[in-house]
Design a protein around this ligand. Structure first.
Ligand code: HEC
Ligand code: HEC
Length: 296
């Protein structure tokens, strides 16, 4: 009996305490879970100030959307119809682009307007110092506004033709506008040579580019350059690290092959792949350290 009572006294209180502890933990867990699942919506509900901007239009890609984005953000400089005659245009040099002329400084095509992707990229990047960048536009807004630029270019060209020739039909004017402004074939850069020869690039640069950009690349010696609207324009200081069309060696190669339409910067009629890549790489070294682009 003593044994039995001993065993009750020794074992049962421990078991009882363990069970009590376990049920207490169980109840706590169950209550916590119940509380969490019934109230989590309250906890997760964002504060008014944290509500992300949910613009149902921001992902829509359409011309109509693009024209709205354009009217809100771009017309001030480029004018309501994209003719470069916005209210702020007079104070700017270089002037805001008149899209209907079809000349674009930064492009990836052999003729006509740049592709929509290239247009979107240069709108996003801006063209310092007078065309601001647009980091705040959503991808949908950006793609749409590139469509708007293309549309305004065509319409502007049609209207110019109709006003010059009263007998021309809109259909004929539209056909000519498309022939002139639709994007031509993509420019294919030649493959990069296995080895980039910077000395060769420097020699090509001194013979073909230094007349405008100066032998040291600073672009200070010429003050007589004008763009195709007779506004003064400086050859770029190639040591500044500032590029309108992107900082990569490929971007520079594209500028060299295509030139910069509307500016005095010419496109070489013929350039070998070796000269192209070594000169572009050499130009990139002039602003070494100022940008993050990969250097040879
Ligand atoms: C503050 C004035 C200003 C605003 C606002 C502005 N632009 Fe421009 N934009 C310019 C100027 C100036 C140029 C010409 C820059 C140059 O030639 O270096 C230009 C050039 C361009 C070009 C031609 C790029 C090329 O390769 O030649 C496009 C396309 C363009 N802008 C689209 C837009 C769009 C789309 C918007 C609105 C989202 C916009 N711009 C807003 C001033 C402006
Ligand atoms: C007749 C004068 C002239 C010659 C020759 C010339 N350039 Fe230019 N270049 C310019 C002008 C002007 C600009 C500025 C255009 C602008 O800002 O709109 C420019 C701009 C550039 C830019 C800046 C591109 C960018 O994305 O902003 C590069 C790079 C460049 N030139 C490289 C060259 C190279 C390489 C050569 C020789 C193969 C060359 N240039 C020959 C006048 C010239």
């Amino acid at each position: 009996m003593a044994d039995a009572s001993n065993s009750i006294n020794d074992v049962n209180p421990n078991r009882w305490a363990l069970q009590l502890a376990l049920s207490a933990v169980g109840i706590a867990l169950a209550t916590g879970a119940l509380f969490y699942f019934t109230t989590r919506d309250l906890f997760n509900r964002p504060q008014a100030s944290q509500t992300p901007r949910v613009d149902p239009m921001s992902n829509v890609v359409s011309l109509e959307h693009g024209l709205t984005v354009y009217a809100k953000n771009c017309a001030l400089c480029h004018g309501p119809g994209g003719l470069g005659d916005g209210a702020s245009a007079a104070q700017l040099n270089p002037k805001p682009r008149n899209f209907s002329t079809g000349w674009f400084k930064i492009g990836d095509t052999r003729s006509g307007l740049p592709t929509d992707e290239e247009l979107a990229a240069s709108i996003r990047r801006g063209l310092f110092p007078t065309m601001p960048p647009w980091p705040q536009l959503s991808d949908g807004e950006l793609k749409s506004v590139a469509m708007a630029v293309r549309h305004l270019a065509i319409e502007g060209q049609v209207n110019t033709r109709l006003s010059r020739d009263s007998k021309m039909s809109r259909q004929d004017a539209l056909k000519i506008a498309h022939e002139r402004l639709d994007s031509g074939p993509l420019i294919a850069l030649p493959p990069k040579p296995a080895k980039i020869d910077l000395a060769r690039g420097k020699a090509f640069y001194l013979n073909n580019c230094a007349a405008c950009h100066d032998p040291d690349g600073r672009g200070r010696l010429r003050d007589d350059l004008v763009d195709n609207e007779e506004n003064p324009i400086a050859a770029r200081d190639l040591t500044s690290g500032l590029f309108k069309g992107g900082t990569g060696v490929e971007d520079i190669a594209l500028r060299v092959v295509r030139g910069i339409p509307g500016s005095p910067m010419p496109a070489p009629v013929e350039i070998s792949a070796d000269d192209l890549w070594s000169t572009s790489a050499y130009v990139r070294t002039l602003s070494k350290g100022k940008e993050t682009a990969t250097l040879p």
